[in-house]
Design a protein around this ligand. Sequence first.
Ligand code: HEC
Length: 137
Amino acid sequence: MNSAKFAAIILVTGCFATACTSSDRVTTNQAQPSASPATATAAATATPDPFAKAYENFQKNCQVCHGEKGQGGTVTVEGRKLKVPSLRDGHALEHTDEKFVNQITDGDEEMPAFKDKLSPNEINDLVRFIRKELQGK
Ligand code: HEC
């Protein structure tokens, strides 16, 4: 009884060993694993910019008249020739934040009102953006 059991174990291990050897032989002829898919490394290392959203709003709503850097000048918008003041220097340096907020919210002679387009928070952020990024305050 005991020896039979022993024999069985040898048989099983023997099988096992054979299986291993044969599978070893097979592997040599295998096709190369296909190239690993291109790893899309996010090159955009997000630099947190508190003014990013304000800048986006500026580009979308204000740049057409006030210029890329808020420099102003004479622009033709929708067929009308406008003299747009600089937001970087001149009067813009003296006017208070409240005045800016009011002008952006309610508009002025040629300056459109933005109260329907931008939230009070967005307008406040725009004023902070103008002060910091355009006027360097
Ligand atoms: C259609 C052209 C136009 C657009 C668009 C426009 N502006 Fe103006 N903005 C003007 C003009 C022109 C003035 C000068 C006042 C006037 O004539 O109404 C002015 C004046 C201002 C002033 C006051 C400057 C000062 O010295 O007191 C601020 C601040 C201002 N704009 C900010 C903005 C912001 C912020 C936006 C975008 C949300 C914007 N403007 C979009 C034309 C424009």
